[in-house]
Structure formats: C-alpha cells, structure tokens
Write a protein that binds this ligand. Structure first.
Ligand SMILES: Nc1ncnc2c1ncn2[C@@H]1O[C@H](COP(=O)(O)OP(=O)(O)OP(=O)(O)O)[C@@H](O)[C@H]1O
Length: 251
C-alpha cells in the first residue's frame, strides 16, 4: 500500500487534569491515513484518557484535537453521532452483551446507527464482519461460550461493522496467551490492509507494539516523549524507556 500523506489525526498541546492530577501535559501527535501508531505507557499514565478525548467523551483543558478534519471539541448532537461512526472504539474488556448472541451483538451498532437497513443488509454485514475476524462459525453462540481471544475478535468485528475510518484499540491483547496475542496482532494488521483503517493501539505488550505499530509513541510524564519506529525509540538510552523495555526481565 502506498503511504498516504493525508493527515487524519492532529493533536496539539493537549492537556487534561482531574483536580490536582495532571494526566496529559502537552500531548502532540500527527497521523496520516492508513498509519498504525502503538501507544505505550505505564498504568495510569493517561492512555485511556487520550482515547476518550479523541472520541469526544472527555473535554480537553487545553490544546486541539482535529480528527478527519473536524475539531472534536466543537462536535455535538448529530455531528458527534456521525463522527463516532467513523471512529471505532474497541474496548479493553471487548464489552459484549452477555445476554445477546454473537449475531445480536454485531447487529446492535448497525441497528442503532444506520437507518433504513433491511434484514438482508443486516445479515450480510454481520456475516462479513464475523468472516473478517475468522469467526463465522460462532454466529449463533453466546459470548460465554467463547474463549477470551474469540471474544476480543468479536469485539473487533463489532467495531468493524460500521466500517470506521479510524480504529482505536484499548489493550487488545490484555489477558491473552502469547499465541492468541499474535493472532490479534495479525488481525489488527489485516484490518489496516483490508479496510485502510488508521489505528491507534494502546498496549502494554511490546510484541503487540512492535508488530502492529508503524511507529510507537511513549507516553511519559504526560507527553509523548518519543515517537518513532520501535527499534529507534527503544535504542534511546533514557532510563525510563529502558526500564519499560526491560520490565519483563526484572524480578
Ligand atoms: N473521569 C475521571 N475522573 C477522575 N480521574 C480520572 C478520570 N479518568 C481517568 N482518571 C485518572 O487519570 C489517570 C489516567 O487514567 P487512564 O485510565 O487514562 O490510565 P491508563 O494509562 O489507561 O492506565 P491502564 O494502562 O492501567 O489502563 C488515572 O490516575 C485515573 O485515575
């Protein structure tokens, strides 16, 4: 795929505090169409807060977030609804409704967001989305009958069903074994190839960051202190970065 120069996300000087807790202290990020950026940072550094700001679930204290040419802070009502269809958010917990079958879970965002869809259109969209995550056979099952990895895939399918231009993945591999994690990483890359999606992948998992991110962004002390290709970022001798890289080996 030819790299695009079209800018789809532009974040400048973003700041967000909760009382005395200064979580984001000047975040900058520019992303072009089709790019994947993995955001790394320790627990509580504000990664989920950043995602919530990008989709307009939180308001910034200062700074600008322009997504798909729109100033997110100014969106409201119908415009905000339409914007959220273009920006898919795949939650950490995969957030499936336990009382609904897989088919019903996938239909839900379609029925809620897209008007005038007939039964045949809905069935086709559900089948395509499940097929794109390799889980067609689970269509009539309940979430409780699926493994953690399968539930994550269904969560991703449910986000994909609206064909978003931007995908935000919040810890897509958390709680999964290494092999299943690799399958999810591959799926994230496939989503980019097949749908041309621009993605932010929030993760603690270095393998996930390395395999899915064209660039990784290290969130340290409320800023992206380093953004670049994985190997370049981790070649930095900064102790905080090396600590993160080596954390697996610390007893
Ligand atoms: N609505 C809120 N009100 C008050 N504090 C909040 C709110 N949302 C987040 N915070 C605080 O902001 C900080 C950053 O939270 P966030 O969930 O973004 O961390 P994170 O980097 O995603 O962590 P993890 O990797 O553990 O998921 C935390 O200290 C959290 O308690």
């Amino acid at each position: 795929m030819t790299p695009s120069t079209e800018q789809v996300i532009s974040i400048k000087g973003l700041r967000k505090s909760f009382g005395d807790l200064h979580v984001l202290r000047g975040v900058d990020l520019e992303m072009t169409r089709g790019e994947n950026v993995a955001v790394l940072g320790r627990s509580g550094t504000g990664k989920s807060v950043l995602i919530k700001l990008i989709v307009g679930l939180l308001k910034p204290d200062a700074g600008k977030i322009i997504v798909l040419g729109q100033d997110v802070e100014k969106l409201q009502g119908l415009e905000l609804d339409q914007f959220r269809q273009k920006v898919g958010f795949s939650f950490q917990s995969s957030a499936l409704y336990d009382s609904m079958s897989i088919r019903e879970n996938l239909e839900f965002p379609l029925i809620r967001n897209v008007r005038n869809l007939g039964r045949a259109d809905i069935d086709k969209a559900v089948e395509e989305a499940l097929d794109s995550v390799g889980l067609s056979q689970t269509i009539n099952q309940m979430p409780s009958e699926l493994s953690g990895g399968q539930r994550k895939r269904v969560g991703i399918a449910r986000t994909l069903i609206l064909k978003p231009e931007i995908m935000l993945y919040d810890e897509p591999t958390s709680g999964l074994d290494p092999i299943t994690s690799i399958e999810i990483n591959n799926l994230i890359n496939e989503v980019r190839e097949r749908f041309g999606a621009t993605s932010i992948i929030i993760t603690h998992d270095l393998t996930c960051a390395k395999t899915t991110g064209d660039r990784v962004a290290m969130l340290l002390d409320g800023k992206f202190e380093r953004i670049g290709p994985f190997d370049e970022v981790f070649a930095d001798p900064d102790e905080r970065i090396q600590q993160f890289y080596n954390y697996k080996f610390v007893n």
